[in-house]
Each structure stands twice: as structure tokens, then as C-alpha cells.
Design a protein around this ligand. Structure first.
Ligand code: NAD
Ligand code: UDP
Length: 305
């Protein structure tokens, strides 16, 4: 697994070990941490290798989960050239590895391939509305190009590929300074700091709890060929950012105030997955609703802060 020391990667490592797999975690610790995987380091079936996926890797593997890439806007915009390199060169290097070893390969793609969508909810057939030049383009276009590479390797080299388009996912092991909305609001509420609403807070997102998403990854990887995706994985219950802030305040019993901050450029106004394909093809749908997932995430941050 690449990006195995990150938020989603560490949960996936844990799940694969529990399922009896032998896991090699590749990470350069850009946004991942040793703390995320420290509990796994004593497991003889778990290995950690510090490595940057923009550099080719020569190992023997049966399956590849390609998760390496910073996912939070503040982190992926911090070094945008490296973000595109991670998505594009990382995809090429992992696809070459899959081609040489015959491994099935999974790509962590994103709802950002739909950009600021004109279609709602978004289904896989929608081709997106993405800026090629804006501050999010390093991530959005990098991930779009990675999808292109996956499908070209599939057609050209008959690789077994699985492409998941992941919608906003949250849960324990997000970094307190990750910058994404759920961790920001919980940390601010627990510290009694103002809750930072970007723009008018009317923009929407649909939040998936991490355990649901990881179950979707496993189902997708286990699906029979020729199923390739792309397939949306996310929770279709949609909330405004202001509703999220109010829910976090209520669940934390915090007296933090709400303050308005400027809306970042190209921030998508609405986002909600159509998960019909995942339901039909994988028999997958999320089961943990926002309040329950937030309670678990709040409990984690209470302990770690
Ligand atoms: P994260 O930032 O916590 O994890 C990314 C991991 O990749 C980190 O451990 C980081 O150190 C590692 N990494 C970054 N660049 C690397 C490189 N060049 N070489 C090796 N390792 C590198 O983010 P996450 O939320 O766990 O996201 C994991 C994947 O899922 C990403 O590809 C992301 O684009 C995708 N995704 C996540 C979400 C979400 O809501 N969490 C939504 C859509 C897509
Ligand atoms: N957001 C916010 N306050 C924050 C962090 C984010 O209002 O402290 C907003 C952000 O502008 C966006 C939404 O919450 O509209 C989700 O942002 P996030 O960075 O979590 O993910 P993405 O924009 O990639 O979906």
C-alpha cells in the first residue's frame, strides 16, 4: 500500500492485517505519521518502507493499493508541483510495478475529478467541470490524469485495475492540523476556538465515516474482472458546512462561536455521490450516519489533543 501511514491508509493497513494479509506500507511521511501505524509495527506481517512514489520501486507484490497523495487542500496546495508528480509519476511507477508483477491495482481517485459540478448528485458518467489552471488543479488534474493512466494500462497491458472515486471521508487519525473541515471544526470546538466557516457556509458536502469507506475498498478490490470502476464511494447524505458546524457544536457541547472566513478559490459549491453503481455492483453502501461518526471522531480527538 502506498500512502499507508496516512489517515485512510493506516485504517486500510489495519483492516488488511486483520483479514490475514501480509502488508508492506510505503510512505514518505509528507502528511502521514508514524503514530498512525505505531500499533502495527510489532506485527510480523507488517513492514514499513520510507519511499517516495515518484521514484520507481522494485518489489514483489500480489496487490497494490495506491493511496499516496496529500488529500487536504492546504497540504496539496503547499507544494503543487510535487502533488501532480505524486499523482502522475506515482501512478506510472505503481502501474509499471503491477505490469511487471501481475498484481491487481487499486487507485484512490476522488470526487474532485468532478470539479465544481453542474450535475447533482454526481454519477460516474458525469465528466466534470474542472479548472486546469486554478489552485486545486494540481490535485484535480493530477488525479484525472492518474485515472487516464489506469485505463490506458488496462487497455494496453490488460492490467486488473480498480478505480474508486472517494467522496469526503472523516474519522479517527486525521491530523489535528490536517486542515479539512471535519477535523478543523472538532479541534476548534474542543479547544473553544472560533469555528472557521469559509464563505457563507451554504456549500454542501456528503461525509462518509472511514470504516464504511474501507469496507467499500475491500469490496471493490474483491470484485471480479472485468469490473474496473470508476465507482463512487461515499455517503449520499448531504449537509451544508454550516449544518456541520452546528452539529459539531452540539455534540461537543462547545461554546465556540462561528466566524466567517473567505471562501477559497474554486471551492466546489455542492457535492453528493450517486452510489447506485456501488450498490448494484459491489453490494456496498455506508451504514454509519454523520452524528454517530462524529461522536466516534470527537472521542478520538478528545483523547489525542
Ligand atoms: P493523507 O494525507 O492522510 O494520506 C496520504 C498519505 O500519502 C500520507 O501518509 C502521505 O505521507 C503519503 N504521501 C504523500 N505523497 C507521497 C509520496 N510522494 N510518496 C509516498 N507517500 C506519499 O490523506 P487520506 O485522506 O488518507 O487520503 C488517502 C488517499 O485517498 C489520497 O490519494 C487521497 O487523494 C484519496 N482521497 C481521500 C479522500 C478523503 O476524504 N479522505 C477523498 C478523496 C480521495
Ligand atoms: N471549510 C470550512 N472551514 C474549514 C475548512 C473547510 O468552511 O475550516 C469548507 C471548505 O471551504 C469546503 C468544505 O468545508 O467548502 C470542505 O472542505 P475540505 O477542505 O474538508 O474538503 P474539500 O473542499 O476538498 O471537499
Amino acid at each position: 500500500m502506498t500512502g499507508g501511514a496516512g489517515f485512510l491508509g493506516s485504517h486500510l493497513c489495519q483492516r488488511l492485517l486483520a483479514d490475514g494479509h501480509d502488508v508492506l506500507c510505503i510512505d514518505n511521511f509528507y502528511t502521514g505519521t508514524r503514530d498512525n501505524i505505531v500499533a502495527l509495527l510489532g506485527n510480523p506481517y507488517f513492514e514499513m518502507q520510507r519511499h517516495d512514489v515518484t521514484v520507481p520501486l522494485n518489489i514483489e507484490v500480489d496487490e497494490i493499493y495506491n493511496l499516496a497523495c496529500p488529500a487536504s487542500p492546504i497540504h496539496y496546495q503547499n507544494n503543487p508541483v510535487q502533488t501532480t508528480k505524486t499523482s502522475v509519476h506515482g501512478a506510472i511507477n505503481m502501474l509499471d510495478l503491477a505490469n511487471r508483477t501481475g498484481a491487481r491495482i487499486f487507485q484512490a481517485s476522488t470526487s474532485e475529478v468532478y470539479g465544481d459540478p453542474e450535475v447533482h448528485p454526481q454519477s460516474e458518467s458525469y465528466r466534470g467541470s474542472v479548472s486546469t489552471t486554478g489552485p486545486r488543479a494540481c490535485y484535480d488534474e493530477g488525479k484525472r490524469c492518474a485515472e487516464t493512466l489506469f485505463f490506458d494500462y488496462y487497455r494496453q497491458h490488460a492490467l486488473s485495475i480498480r478505480v474508486a472515486r472517494i467522496f469526503n471521508t472523516y474519522g479517527p487519525r486525521m491530523l489535528p492540523d490536517d486542515g479539512r473541515v471535519v477535523s478543523n471544526f472538532i479541534v476548534q470546538a474542543l479547544k473553544g476556538d472560533p469555528i472557521t466557516i469559509y464563505g457563507d457556509g451554504k456549500q454542501t458536502r456528503s461525509f462518509c465515516y472511514v470504516d464504511d469507506l474501507i469496507a467499500g475498498f475491500i469490496s471493490l478490490m474483491a470484485a471480479d474482472d472485468p469490473f474496473t470502476g470508476p465507482v463512487n464511494l461515499g455517503n449520499p447524505n448531504e449537509f451544508t458546512i454550516r449544518q456541520l458546524a452546528e452539529t459539531v457544536l452540539r455534540l461537543t457541547a462547545s461554546s465556540s462561536t462561528l466566524i466567517d472566513k473567505p471562501l477559497p478559490e474554486d471551492d466546489p459549491t455542492q457535492r453528493c455521490p450517486d452510489i447506485s453503481l456501488a450498490k448494484e455492483s459491489l453490494g456496498w453502501q455506508p451504514g454509519i450516519e454523520l452524528e454517530e461518526g462524529l461522536k466516534r471522531t470527537i472521542a478520538y480527538f478528545r483523547e489525542t489533543l
